[in-house]
Design a protein around this ligand. Sequence first.
Ligand code: GDP
Length: 298
Amino acid sequence: MFDTLSDRLTSVLSNLRSKGRLSDADIDATAREIRIALLEADVALPVVRAFIAKVKERAKGAEVSAALNPAQQVVKIVNEELVAILGGETRRLNMAKTPPTVIMLAGLQGSGKTTLAGKLARWLKGQGHTPLLVACDLQRPNAVTQLQVVGERAGVPVFAPEPGNGVGDPISVARRGIDEAKHAQHDVMIVDTAGRLGVDEELMKQAADIRDAVTPDETLFVVDAMIGQDAVTTAEAFRDGVGFTGVVLTKLDGDARGGAALSVREVTGQPILFASNGEKLEDFDAFHPDRMASRILG
Ligand code: GDP
């Protein structure tokens, strides 16, 4: 996903290598090129501005170092600032003191929520947890079946409304999901919620009602990295309408520009916890800002 950005940044930064000392003009010219590369990759403008200001300030103020030549120093600064916009440290999941830990997923339809529910369940199971999937996407006819399919693949049970019993009422299913998790001693429950094609008030209200019913330890906003600048506007809408404690980037295997997704952390102030990069359940991992920055800088 970040190949073009990565190529651009690598080439801008490698141009510096032929220079000995860097003048302020050299730094300004480099900063301008980095700015263009980030904007072309779809990174949100305010994020780019802040990033460039920081890089310029630090590069101009950098002490002459015996260990690094000027070009290496700029690379180091760009790398550190990239890590910073991606969230700095890896943020782990918040686990409840008293189980079950409740993780609610929210996002647009097609963002990859249901797939993510299976991926996260499989990942948690691999870490020794005993997750339960709870089907609260009752809007889309196939959503419950789809969750059951990913649950089966992940080897994780799914709590879903029985036909005729609470169908159409995701809030009641969410509540009963907690009872089931306690009863069957699941230490984590993952609540899949409905997503519409666009942000709408009814969707936000339903997600907020489910949130109030289950008081999640984590509400994860799931966002398709392929949707470009809409990733940022959608994130803001979910932040204001439902609130979330973390972000999951999906479809990082796509060939869109992806920079908007990289802006979500800065724009919303919430950390990216996980990244999805394929349709298979194993195409998934915790998000590490430093690894992502290294990948982008090639
Ligand atoms: P939901 O509507 O938010 O529940 O989204 P789904 O989980 O149904 O995913 C929508 C589509 O995106 C499905 O075809 C998934 O297979 C696909 N998908 C989900 N995550 C990824 C990913 O990380 N990479 C790719 N390439 N496809 C994905």
